[in-house]
Design a protein around this ligand. Structure first.
Ligand SMILES: [Zn+2]
Ligand SMILES: [Zn+2]
Length: 433
């Protein structure tokens, strides 16, 4: 079994500290879709769990263009006369699709001439690179502006059995002159022939301001003065914005940023349970505070009894035992049930079954019974660290389930006879062999 070394730990922190951008995911491939008869690789309704999703791809069996913008699933179509129209619909499929949830953007004013679409690659590289973005990681971006000259297309069906087919037609092209709107695009050095063409790192769609047209951009030549580029706001994962009162008798409005490091200091060590708690609670809190600012004066929470989970619970919510805003109950369905006191909205969050390797549970039980040798304790730590590394790379929405709870019954079970499991082996011998 792999032993964790100081270097590994160090790397773990590096990966963690600099992970950035909404995680870009893709299904299918541009270069493969013709061979499979444009068989669908994704149904868009599975993506509704991402409230601020952006995405690009062709629609169904090449019946149009899909552009997801800030959680709205637009499809652009061309009718038999070539007239373009748009629909909003989750009940769609795509032979290939690239998408990411972008929670917040950072704005960069643009200026000067953009000679052609390929020049957009270097423009994005300049601005993103100069602002510390990691260009080897794919990211979505958007540009708002009025575009002088642009040519777009909307693909049309290739087979007579698909509605909208017209012999000899693969796509309709559209010319735009001084048209106002938004470019939604993905930059990726690893997506060639998968979701970008072979000669560019960018796949770009256009939505006009009236939201009556969306299509794939083929040509672009414009003056960029007055346009704005938006890159995904860089936020450390597992950092939280909190809101508290500003002194002991003060008013609400004192905001701070809390990071995983702060949780580590409070809890005593970095462990997988702390990360599970912070990621999971973050998923539930997003529903309670869509603006991302956690009001720690307005929450109560029920937690499973693990020392890691309970520490995350009280730290991030401001809930406390003595004010009847926090209790522990291992019988709850989920790791936490958290409630916004002012409006009663309540969410339960669960780590999905099978996500945590069973071996951790089995070895932990032995550890709690003090039946592990020093070397086995080191092995357990290494396994937990691997799991933690997996968590840092994971998409929280894939591994946690959040559920709204109606008429939740706040039923404090005040127990003080639980065993604090993370100190049981504090005098265990070290591994010697
Ligand atoms: Zn496209
Ligand atoms: Zn812990």
């Amino acid at each position: 079994m792999k032993k964790i070394s100081l270097t590994t730990l160090f790397l773990l922190f590096i990966t963690f500290a600099f992970a950035q951008h909404g995680l870009v995911k893709s299904t299918g491939a541009m270069s493969e879709m013709g061979k499979t008869g444009f068989a669908p690789t994704i149904s868009a309704d599975t993506l509704q769990k991402y409230p601020r999703i952006f995405g690009l791809g062709p629609l169904g069996k090449m019946q149009g263009e899909i552009t997801f913008a800030d959680g709205v699933p637009y499809s652009g179509f061309a009718d038999l006369d070539g007239n373009a129209f748009i629909q909003e619909n989750w009940d769609i499929q795509a032979p290939f699709f690239v998408y990411a949830e972008v929670e917040a953007w950072e704005a960069f004013p643009l200026s000067g001439e953009l000679e052609d679409l390929l020049a957009l690659d270097s423009l994005i590289e300049d601005i993103a690179g100069n602002n510390g973005y990691d260009l080897s990681q794919p990211f979505f971006f958007k540009i708002e502006g009025t575009f002088d000259e642009m040519v777009t297309h909307i693909v049309t069906p290739r087979s007579p059995v698909v509605e909208g087919y017209k012999p000899g037609r693969n796509q309709e092209n559209y010319e735009h002159v001084k048209e106002k709107g938004e470019i939604i695009a993905v930059y990726s050095q690893v997506g060639k022939r998968i979701y970008t063409h072979h000669d560019t790192f960018i796949h770009a769609h256009f939505i006009n301001e009236a939201q009556t047209f969306t299509g794939h951009i083929d040509l672009l030549k414009t003056n960029l003065d007055g346009s704005t580029l938006y890159l995904p706001k860089r936020k450390k994962p597992l950092s939280f914005q909190t809101n508290d009162t500003d002194f002991s008798k003060g008013r609400l409005g004192f905001q701070q940023e809390v990071e995983l490091d702060d949780l580590v200091k409070f809890h005593g060590h970095l462990c997988d349970g702390l990360v599970v708690g912070a990621m999971g609670l973050n998923e539930a809190l997003q529903h309670l505070f869509p603006d991302g600012v956690i009001d720690r004066t307005d929450l109560r929470i029920v937690s499973q009894s693990s020392p890691c989970l309970t520490d995350v619970a009280v730290y991030l919510t401001g809930a406390r035992y003595q004010f009847n805003t926090f209790y522990v109950d291992d019988a709850i369905d989920g790791i936490y049930i958290v409630q916004k006191i002012s409006d009663g909205s309540t969410f339960q969050v669960n780590l999905n079954k099978g996500v945590k390797p069973a071996i951790i549970g089995e070895m932990s039980e032995l550890a709690v019974n003090q039946e592990l040798t020093g070397c086995q304790l080191d092995e357990l730590k290494s396994t937990e660290d691997d799991f933690m590394e997996f968590l840092f790379q994971a998409d929280a929405k894939e591994i946690f389930s959040v559920k709204a709870v109606s008429d939740f019954d706040w039923d404090p079970v005040l127990k003080n006879d639980l065993v604090k499991t993370d100190v049981l082996n504090k005098h265990a011998p070290s591994c010697t062999h």
